[in-house]
Design a protein around this ligand. Sequence first.
Ligand code: HEC
Ligand code: HEC
Length: 314
Amino acid sequence: MTRKQTPMTLALCALGLFAASAASAFAADAPSAPPKSEISAAVGAGAKFTPPPESAIPDDEFGKMVKLGRDIMLDTPKYAKDFVGNTLSCSNCHLDAGRMAGSAPLWAAYVSYPAYRSKNKKVNTFEERLQGCFKFSQNGKAPPLGSKTLVALESYAYWLSKGLPVDEKVAGRGYPNLPEPQQAPDYVRGQKVYEAKCIICHAANGEGQYVNGETVFPPLWGPKSFNWGAGMGSYKNAAKFIYANMPYGMSYSLTPQEAWDVAYFMDAHERPQDPRWQGSVAATRAKFHDSKFSLYGAKVNGKLLGDIGAPKPR
Ligand code: HEC
Ligand code: HEC
């Protein structure tokens, strides 16, 4: 494997969760667990597609762009720093550098655009969809259309999807279905799940863990995390992601109820303002968060979520 040892993979090894090789992730409590590529297929609920291996990236100008796209995925604050306002990388949510079925893989996305999005009420090109994750999930700003950053990410996604038919219903896209919760999602139950199953990596204050300024475990809330406009801020999306992907390396180990509860708990914490801020929490909620899965504008523990003033200028 060509991938470098990141602080994160080193820390996972230190935690004893993974074997010495960073790229071949084996859960410690299941030494004979299948390699990640097979886990991917299982996670992606019916996904049969395997993107080409990194060794197949061509050694030419196009290949250089593909590699830059992969690097941006893996270390976004470093390779796309002008457009990032937090400590997250794309691959923190699109696992295995955007390869992993069931964590909104890039190959499935690539063959699904242009597409209408109710979020901005227009048909979005793939590049415009990428811009969205910069603005909200990365709490940054949209790289211009045609910029090297977007061309690199598009090249990488195109290359990953080699051989896939153009079809937005491709198996493995987005997140697998999660059954509705039997009981309404609950903060206190979610907190218990968090303390038992998440805190060891994502920390008591939800802000993740860092070594020499590099993200080892990504933040789930607080000023370094995704902002209120991000897809993960819908606790339905978050529950689906968590159910299929967390705790890291232990897909589907939570019950659906636990996934809903912990997603609710995570999304009931303060985070950077929605950049589409309308001047007040009520107006912003009315325009962009009129959903039972958004806690923006809800009162939790006596505090109005989102009541942190206008977004910081960038
Ligand atoms: C905080 C988590 C998070 C981060 C960080 C993040 N994304 Fe996303 N991304 C999401 C979520 C959530 C969705 C919506 C998934 C869904 O609705 O199925 C999404 C959707 C997408 C899609 C569309 C997927 C599809 O099938 O339509 C693309 C493409 C994408 N992200 C690319 C990126 C890129 C590139 C970056 C880094 C610049 C990035 N994302 C960073 C959470 C994140
Ligand atoms: C063993 C350490 C570990 C545990 C335990 C763990 N996570 Fe994670 N989590 C990670 C890592 C590492 C990533 C980033 C994955 C990557 O970059 O490949 C991540 C990513 C995430 C993300 C997307 C990125 C972000 O910061 O928003 C969410 C949401 C998340 N975890 C929630 C949870 C929840 C909820 C639990 C408990 C049920 C949990 N995690 C347990 C290590 C862990």
